[in-house]
Design a protein around this ligand. Structure first.
Ligand SMILES: [Zn+2]
Length: 698
């Protein structure tokens, strides 16, 4: 039975990933490591499968419904002349519809659904009808025609006249991604033809040729889309156009280009000279991802040098413990080095997605586990907080502390069902199904096991099918059982990622460190016998002649870890955060007898972990006893009397022990829009300083 399913999936896989269209050439050079696509993975019950099922059953239909209600879909019908009306919403709203189509296509690839497919075909027909004869597709301009309209200050009066803000290229980048996904899922070409016609039109207008325009997108994304179009069609010019858009950023010396979009759009320097991540974080992460793609396909080593340096900058100086990036609300931008405030952190959900996409590509280029360590940190923390467990409410920013009065989430202190600019909810639906594609990868005779998720993966290694079946309760415990089942006995290498957190390395930089960086004893067994850990680039490497019946058992002890910050992150001084396995924890008022704001977690306090099956779908909680402190005005006489710490002169007084409960960060804000903190004071002095700072800002 298992083999029948595997064979079926292998057939699907060939349809999907290998022999895409008959006319597509396989690129001559590509990433040295090849990911195993989600269509080769069948997840079993567990943490991610339930998220994917919620995405399929709740979030995708919900997002389409919101796109209907808000006129995003009607805009295509109006542009096509099928419906009377005006353009509704932002000028870039076409992209939201494309992103939900992409997510729905990934869902269809794994779960055939005639009702969803019919809906998509009708929607795609509207999009095709909205495309102008020359290939242009931008509903707001088509609807308004020659008439002036309010949002012209962003779109420009004429086509392509204000690319800094118009999103004309950004929108169609998402069109290309959706078109490729839908074609791969169904073999239907209608949307792919719309994408090709549009890309051909843009390619005819932009370039270094006689009479062509030189300009670049203000919001990167088309580069990623063009690469996908190139991979699908084999048309070299799409790859060249992606490279053209990258190479003309920052106005290279010797070129006369009447344009400076500046740091906000990463247009302040040529991409190969950029060394610090600046400006709008989503644009940056999409650009770095596009650079990785183009570098893999063209061998452009100057791109790789640049993104290596930018990665060191982000992971070493600009990333939150949750894997979130983009510290500032203003401009949705990266802050300065070490500017990582907690309650005012922006950390857009889309930027977390971009950071994950980028780190996956860095792994495919370099084969080092540190990139997957960052990716995993994003997945379980900074990204996952962005969507509610029920799948229909969203965070746009993701702060690491909340006082439950500051309405950080676009006017709300809690997740919201939708936003006027809804880039995040629609990005989530296309990202969640893609996560299965991060589990495995291969290179020659090596198979990489990157993520620990229960289920089966089928990997084609040099013409032989290898089936791997993982059983694990990860992220709740670190025991991973892998059954290896090759079609016939075969010698190859399994490279199993040993996460940084078990090796005593919090992040692959000195930005965060464990208070006790001891490496845990990792047990690795093959067929019940312990084998030595042979580590290579962060992977335990097992080479042998594998045969059906072979099993691997990996035990990654999940101790509660205390995290300390680099001393240059001002807000975290005197503070500690808690982690267990890949999860970052937080305290919320709702679980605790006293306010989180009054809580101090002294070093050496014992902390226990306990699985609670009933809380929010089940989770491991952390529990212990810290101390509660009050400011002098509210302290009053204490029952316990002065303690060892004693009262500070003008600061808070310790008033007693405080038993506490911490929950995984992703699960915060599900019960009430409560107060929350990731970084906790280690002593009264830190609490006092925080109170003084609050007073000043009041
Ligand atoms: Zn967003």
């Amino acid at each position: 039975m298992q083999w029948q399913r595997s064979v079926l999936r292998a057939v699907v896989f060939v349809l999907f990933a290998v022999a895409l269209p008959a006319w597509a050439d396989t690129p001559e050079s590509d990433y040295p490591i090849t990911p195993v696509p989600p269509t080769q993975i069948e997840l079993a019950d567990g943490f991610w499968n339930s998220r994917m099922e919620t995405n399929r059953k709740v979030t995708i239909p919900y997002d389409f419904q919101k796109c209907e209600e808000t006129g995003r879909i009607a805009n295509f019908a109006v542009a096509a002349g099928q419906l009377e009306g005006k353009h509704r919403g932002f000028w870039f709203n076409d992209s939201d519809v494309f992103k939900v189509i992409e997510g729905a296509a990934y869902s269809l690839a794994l779960h055939p659904d005639p009702v969803l497919e019919k809906y998509l075909d009708e929607l795609i027909a509207k999009i095709a009808a909205a495309q102008q004869d020359d290939g242009y597709l931008f509903t707001i301009r088509t609807i308004h025609g020659e008439e002036p309209f309010r949002q012209q200050r962003y779109t420009g009066k004429d086509r392509w006249s204000h690319l800094e803000h118009s999103h004309e290229f950004y929108n169609v980048g998402h069109l290309y991604e959706a078109a490729v996904a839908y074609y791969q899922a169904t073999g239907k070409r209608t949307l792919l033809n719309v994408a090709i016609k549009n890309a051909n039109f843009i390619d005819s207008l932009f370039g270094e040729g006689e009479g062509q325009k030189i300009d670049v997108p203000g919001h990167q994304e088309i580069e990623i889309g063009l690469v996908k179009l190139y991979r699908t069609t084999g048309e070299q010019r799409y790859l060249d156009l992606a490279k053209f858009f990258l190479d003309h950023r920052g106005v290279p010396e010797g070129r006369k280009e009447n344009r400076v979009y500046g740091e906000y759009c990463q247009d302040h320097q040529p991409v190969t000279e950029q060394t610090e991540a600046v400006g709008h974080a989503v644009r940056a992460a999409y650009m770095y991802s596009g650079m990785a793609d183009v570098a893999a396909l063209t061998g452009e080593t100057s791109y790789i040098r640049a993104i290596d340096t930018l990665w060191e900058n982000v992971v070493g100086k600009k990333m939150y413990l949750t894997g979130g990036i983009g510290a500032r609300h203003h401009d949705e931008a990266f802050g300065a080095n070490y500017e990582l405030p907690n309650s005012s952190a922006y950390n857009e959900t889309c930027a977390a997605i971009g950071n994950a996409m980028w780190n996956h590509r860095m792994f495919l280029l370099h084969g080092e586990s540190k990139y997957i360590d960052v990716l995993e940190r994003v997945l379980y923390n900074g990204f996952l907080a962005g969507i509610s467990i029920d799948g229909d409410e969203f965070f746009y920013p993701n702060p690491l502390a909340s006082d439950s009065t500051y309405k950080f989430n676009k006017g709300s202190t809690a997740r919201q069902g939708w936003f006027a600019c809804s880039c995040c909810p629609v990005n989530i639906v296309r990202f969640i199904p893609a996560i299965a594609g991060y589990m495995y990868a291969k290179r020659d005779d090596d198979i990489y096991v990157n993520l620990f998720v229960p289920g089966e993966g089928t990997i084609d290694l040099d013409g032989d099918r290898i089936r791997l079946e993982q059983q694990t309760r990860y992220p709740w415990d670190g025991n991973v059982h892998i059954a290896v089942d090759p079609e016939k006995p075969k010698t190859f290498t399994l490279k199993i990622r040993i996460p940084g957190w078990v090796r005593g390395e919090c992040v692959p930089s000195d930005l965060y460190r464990y208070e006790n960086p001891v490496a845990e004893k990792i047990a690795l067994k093959v067929n019940g016998k312990e084998v030595p850990l042979t580590m290579e680039k962060g992977y335990a490497t097992l080479t042998r002649r594998w045969q059906t019946g072979d099993v691997i058992d990996l035990q990654l002890p999940m101790r509660v870890r205390r995290v300390l910050s680099n001393s240059k992150i001002a807000e975290n001084q005197g503070r500690v955060a808690l982690e267990r396995g890949p999860l970052v924890y937080c305290l919320e008022d709702v679980d605790n007898a006293h306010r989180v704001a009054d809580f101090v977690l002294p070093d050496n306090t014992p902390i226990r972990s306990r699985f609670d099956a009933n809380l929010l779908g089940g989770m491991v909680l952390l529990e212990g006893t810290g101390i509660v402190a009050k400011m002098p005005s509210e302290a009053g006489p204490t029952e316990t009397g002065p303690t060892e710490t004693g009262p500070t002169e003008t600061g808070p007084t310790e008033t007693g022990p405080m038993p506490f409960v911490a929950i995984p960060y992703y699960a915060w804000s599900h019960r009430d829009p409560g107060k929350m903190a990731v970084w906790l004071p280690r002593n009264l002095k830190t609490l006092k300083q925080a109170a003084e700072k609050d007073k000043k800002t009041e």
